[in-house]
Design a protein around this ligand. Sequence first.
Ligand code: PRP
Ligand code: ZN
Length: 292
Amino acid sequence: MTRLRVAIQKSGRLSDKSLDLLKSCGLSFARSKDKLFWYGRDFPVDVLLVRDDDIPRMLLDGVCELGIVGENIASEVMLERNSKKDLNCLRKLGFGRCRLSLAIPEELEITSLSELRGKRIATSYPALTRHLLEKLDLRTEIVELSGSVEIAPGLGTADAISDLVSTGTTLRANHLRELEVLFESEAALYGRVNGISEAKQQLLTRLLARLEGVMQARECKYVMLHAPREALEKITQLLPGVEHPSIMPLEGSDRIAIHAVCGEAVFWEHLEALKAVGASAILVLPVEKMLA
Ligand code: PRP
Ligand code: ZN
C-alpha cells in the first residue's frame, strides 16, 4: 500500500507544534519503542523523528517525501547543494518564527553593515549567510561553526556572528547586539519535487487539503452578534475578512442577529468597534474544522 513519510524535529522548538499540526489533520500514530519511527494508524502517513538540520537532506536523498522544518535550514541546505528546485515549500505553517541576524559585541562601535567588510563572521549557516551578504555586496570571512556560535566573539575566533534570534535572550546573555536582520524564517512543510509516484501524489493532495483546512480554521473565527438592522452595512465592513454574513430576524425585536465566518484574526479592537456601531451580545467562537 502507498504510504508517505514526513520527517519532523525530534526535540526542539518545532517538535510539539509539528506533531500537533499532524494530529489536527486527523493523523494518529503507533509509537515504536526506539521513538524514531511512528507508524500512521488512521491515515497512511508515517513520521520520522530526526534532528531538524537533517530534514532537508533526507528529503533531497529520498528518505522521506515530506518534512516540517524552518525555512532557514531548508534554504541553507538548498544553497549548500545548489539545488533550489529540488525542495518544494508546500505551505508556511505560522509557527517557529525567528530571524537570521548579524550580531556584534555590545561595546563595538559599529553602526553600518559596511564596517563589517573583511571581518570574520561566525555562523552555523555558512551558505545562507554568504549568499545574503553577497547580495548586500559585503565581502567577509565566514567562520563555520556547528554550534555555540554566540561565544565566538568572546573567544576571539570571530568579530561578529550570523545566528538565529527568536526572543533575543541568547544575544543578551552573551553581550551581543543585533545589527541587521538578514533573513526572516518560520516553519514550513517541504516536499520533494522529483520521484513521487502518482499514488503518492494523490495521497499528498489529500493531506494538503486537510492541512489547508486546519490552517484556515486556525485563522478563522465564527462571530455571532445582535445589531440594529440599519447598522448591517457598517458591521459587515468591520468584520475582518467577511463579505456576506448570514442575517436572521430576532423574535419580538427590531434588531437582527448576524453570523459570519471571519477569515482573518479577530481582535478586541474589532469587537469594540462593532459595539460602537450598536452591536451587542457579541460572541467569537473557534472553528474546529473547515473544508472549502
Ligand atoms: C537558536 C540560536 C540561538 C537561539 C536563539 O538555536 O542558535 O542559540 O536559538 O534564541 P533566543 O533568541 O530565543 O535566545 P536553535 O533553537 O535553532 O537550536 P539549534 O541550533 O540547536 O537547532
Ligand atoms: Zn537545529
